[in-house]
Design a protein around this ligand. Structure first.
Ligand SMILES: O=C(CO)COP(=O)(O)O
Length: 224
């Protein structure tokens, strides 16, 4: 599946609803809505769910983080090759809840690329987006931390950060796709983010904590 780029990625984080039966429900709904709408939806579950989800569902699966390490004597680290072997096609790097130094972002991007994983580097502002673009990841995901989990959409609360990140990133490397994230939960948010120049969205609570994830997913793709 490398070379296939989702328009929507759902980050399961470490939510209670992000593992076990409910993780499968979200993955199954993502697969169904992708098939029905033609809009590709990827998921970033916990490490333990990467293998079962990638085995059972025809959707792109991402890790939430990999470490900047080569195979070898590293206890308690996340190896990009192991993530790939488990069935992930890519990984988030530098999420707001898993921040790295710039050197470690660079190292993690290199490690992921060597393991043939797509890279989604998360950033919190425009200068960081520009810096991360220089590493030529597949995606940059701009997510203002203060809006993450707030239910307030970045697309309406801070449209300039999307527009300006897209400009900054494409200025440095026009091949890097930009995702917008934080507070995205409806088709209108997705539509607005795409109008502002984003190639897609990264979201979590709007789907993961929803009573009916499938209904939310159908709504998310409804205006694309
Ligand atoms: O951090 C996020 C996705 O990685 C955004 O989280 P919310 O969609 O819950 O705001």
């Amino acid at each position: 599946m490398p070379g296939i780029y989702p328009k929507i990625i759902i980050n399961f984080k470490a939510y209670n609803e992000g593992f076990g039966h409910s993780a499968h429900n979200i993955a199954k709904a993502s697969e169904f809505v992708s098939e029905q709408s033609g809009v590709l939806i990827g998921v970033a579950p916990s490490y333990m769910e990467i293998h079962p989800i990638s085995k059972h569902y025809e959707i792109p699966v991402y890790a939430q983080h990999v470490d900047a390490i080569e195979p070898g004597a590293h206890t308690g680290h996340i190896l990009a090759d192991a993530v790939r072997h488990a069935g992930a096609i890519g990984t988030l790097i530098n999420h707001s809840e898993r921040r790295l130094t710039l050197a470690d972002v660079s190292g993690a991007v290199d490690a992921a690329k060597k393991a043939n994983l797509q890279t989604v580097v998360c950033t919190n502002n425009i200068p960081t987006s520009a810096a991360a673009a220089a590493f030529s990841p597949d995606f940059i995901a701009i997510e203002p931390p203060e809006l993450i989990g707030s239910g307030i959409s970045v697309a309406t609360a801070d449209p300039a950060i999307i527009e300006d990140s897209v400009k900054a990133v494409k200025n440095i490397n026009s091949n890097v796709r930009v995702l917008a994230g934080a507070g995205i939960s409806t088709g209108d948010c997705v539509k607005r983010a795409l109008e502002l120049g984003a190639d897609g969205v990264l979201l979590a609570s709007g789907v993961v904590k929803a009573k009916d994830p499938e209904e939310v997913l159908f709504n998310l793709v409804s205006k694309i």
